[in-house]
Design a protein around this ligand. Structure first.
Ligand code: HXC
Length: 517
């Protein structure tokens, strides 16, 4: 055998060793749990044949507890770059078959290298997490490795999109890297995120709780709001990430890709002319409005199961990516509360950071009253959404469909928060509050003292409705730029986006803001 042949064989042998990770037995165990391997996940995520691996021969350097006798090529994480629909992304995929995917000093170096590359190239970074946390044998070096990743997450925030998939355990401080990223996708039933596991919880608080109850996908996508998406299978999770990437730009200096649009831009949607019920207290489904106006009725719902009283979604108008924020009258009458404010604020800030125009559909009765909300700091959380809209410099188009009352009027991308084009349907009602509450405050005593209170109340309510239950009072002051027919909403939004495509607006220079946390 020639030296050249020997060299090739040596390389092939070393690559094979790296590709088998912790060995066939552990791969079988991974499959038996219904989980894919780190490499199988990458193959599903990237365009076929596009994966370029880095650092496949890296090994850990730990000598504690006889660790030097057990090394694996690649050291528990597969890292590299590839393309999604032809666009460059960097990624890392933790390999549970090697020390349970636990994070070593060298694993951290590999991950950090990808994050640095992503920043230099201006490309998204995707992390697939499946790990037992800090590699116990490495002590502080593993902790240091986490902190190095966190620091990069922080610096990359708002510069390149960061996406995390959680396809296994993610516990302890390890959760903070995904938490610092823009989107978290969790696999239902076999992934979990928590700071302290069920045993510690039992010791400290006495609570009996399973891993799933403590930090499963349903907890984080319905109760805590930590994760944006819960998926039934890893395959669906990876295809969701591909879809998500299609709506967003490579970095904060670029715009999202423009997609060829097959849906006529002037398509009228007559169903919208009758979607608002006669009674102001009757709900309707805002998703129907979203579907009716966006390209081909397609959208990607973000955090759909969390705070369903507000919708946040990516969609396209004439092939242009937008972020939609819409009150949902079907849940809690579309009221703004703590969770809805947190959810929408984060979404608005993501869109603004990455040059994605905002389309806001308003039907909001105000903020939710009560001690639970006040003690939970609804003032601060509501202010987050207010802040997010007010600081956003991307094109902002607002359509008021029905109610827009009180503080919520100001918050929901109003003219005063630099809304660029504020439209209203003829059914819009813009006021400090609804008729019932208003006449109670203004005429409560008069009504109580009247001979026929009901008649007086009705008369006052009619006066109030005549004055405020229409868009023209706000339009009179220029707070609404135009009153549009519901069926023309799609066309008007598209034309607005075209008009605003050259928008330039810069906020005052500052070190950073101090938004209410
Ligand atoms: C080293 C680890 C490990 C770890 C798992 N392994 N976690 N090795 N450090 N943290 C190894 C196991 O020894 C085992 O090796 C293999 O990975 C698979 O683990 P199993 O326990 O057999 O798998 P499973 O039954 O599926 O249980 C998975 C698990 C459990 C729930 C993750 O392994 C576990 O509880 N691990 C410890 C989790 C933990 O407390 N981590 C520290 C969190 S605190 P073999 O050789 O048998 O295959 C933290 C701080 C971060 O991370 C701070 C950042 C600031």
């Amino acid at each position: 055998m020639s030296t050249e042949q020997e060299q090739v064989l040596e390389l092939v042998k070393r690559r094979e060793k790296a590709r088998i990770g912790g060995g066939q037995k552990r791969i079988d165990a991974q499959h038996a749990k219904g989980k894919l391997t780190a490499r199988e996940r990458i193959a599903l995520l990237l365009d076929e044949g596009s994966f370029e691996e880095f650092d496949m021969f890296v090994e850990h350097r730990c000598t504690n507890f006889g660790m030097e006798k057990e090394t694996y090529s690649g050291d528990g994480v597969v890292t590299g770059c590839g393309t999604i629909d032809g666009r460059l992304v960097y990624l890392y995929s933790q390999d549970f078959t090697v020390y349970g995917g636990s994070l070593s000093e060298t694993m951290s170096l590999k991950i950090c290298k990808m994050m640095d590359q992503a920043m230099k190239m201006g490309a998204p970074i995707i992390g697939i997490n499946d790990s037992g946390g800090a590699r116990i044998q490495e002590g502080v070096n593993a902790l240091a490795g986490y902190a190095e990743i966190f620091q990069r997450n922080i610096l990359a925030s708002g510069v390149v999109p960061q996406i995390s998939a959680i396809f296994g355990p993610c516990a302890g401080g390890a959760v903070y890297s995904p938490a610092l990223t823009d989107f978290i996708v969790m696999k239902k039933d076999s992934s979990y995120m928590f700071l302290t596991g069920p045993k510690v919880v039992k010791t400290v608080t006495g609570e009996d709780v399973t891993q799933e109850q403590l930090g499963g996908a349903s907890v984080h996508t319905t109760k805590s709001g930590v994760a944006q998406f819960a998926v039934p299978t890893e395959e669906e999770g990876l295809s969701l990430i591909r879809k998500l990437i299609s709506y967003i730009p490579q970095n904060n200096m670029e715009e999202a890709p423009l997609v060829a649009c097959t849906d006529p831009i002037e398509r009228q949607e007559v169903s919208l002319d009758t979607i608002i019920p006669e009674s102001p207290n009757k709900p309707y489904d805002m998703y129907e409005v979203v579907k009716a106006i966006v390209d081909n009725g397609e959208y990607l719902d973000v955090q759909g199961a969390f705070a369903p009283n507000i919708i946040t979604a990516f969609a396209r108008f004439n092939g242009m990516s937008v972020g939609i924020v819409a009150n949902q009258p079907k849940y809690l009458a579309g009221v703004l509360d703590i969770n809805a404010s947190r959810k929408a604020a984060r979404f608005v800030r993501f869109c603004d950071a990455f040059n994605i125009p905002l389309v806001t559909l308003v039907d909001v009765p105000g903020f939710l009253p009560g001690t639970a909300q006040e003690y939970g700091a609804v003032i601060l959380h509501g202010a987050k959404l207010l802040y997010a809209y007010g600081e956003a410099t991307v094109p902002k188009i607002t359509v008021t469909l029905r109610k827009s009352y009180g503080g919520a009027y100001c918050v929901m991308s109003s003219k005063h928060l630099r809304g660029d084009l504020n439209y209203a349907w003829p059914s819009a009602e813009i006021a400090v509050m609804g008729a019932q509450g208003a006449i109670e405050v203004l005429y409560g005593k008069e009504i109580a003292a009247a001979e026929n209170p009901q008649e007086v109340a009705n008369q006052k309510a009619t006066e109030y409705v005549d004055k405020f239950a229409n868009p023209y009072n706000a339009a009179k002051y220029g707070y609404i730029d135009d009153v549009i027919l519901p069926k023309n909403t799609r066309f008007r939004i598209i034309r607005a986006l075209q008009q605003l495509s050259t928008k330039k607006l810069v906020n005052p220079a500052k070190k950073h803001d101090n938004l209410p946390l």
